[in-house]
Design a protein around this ligand. Sequence first.
Ligand SMILES: [Ca+2]
Length: 125
Amino acid sequence: MCNDGGCEHVSRVCPVGFRMAETVNGVTCTDIDECEASSCEGTCINTEGGFVCDCGPGMKLSTDRTSCYDINECRRPGTSHLCKHFCHNTHGSFFCSCRAGFLLDPDSQAPRQKPEYVGRTFLKK
Ligand SMILES: [Ca+2]
């Protein structure tokens, strides 16, 4: 297999992230699937010569490039309008709530005045 020192020579030719493979047509460099043994906290995506970790929605990749941390949507600059009244951060997401007397619109996440009832009559505002 490596009777003439060819392996040593070719391994220097294969870039990082590739492994040397012997085929019938000679020696080639093939991409290593780092995701087989990745330390990604989220989803591992194998790329040519490397890999990337994807943390998914609501999460951000840490500087170590493998672990994920929660995005605090309530404290992100410029996103204070996310919730009109109260913002509650959760792991991977967030939710809004309203002051007393208001209901959260499920579509717009905006608070709307709770309808007031007197007996069975709805009072329009
Ligand atoms: Ca969050």
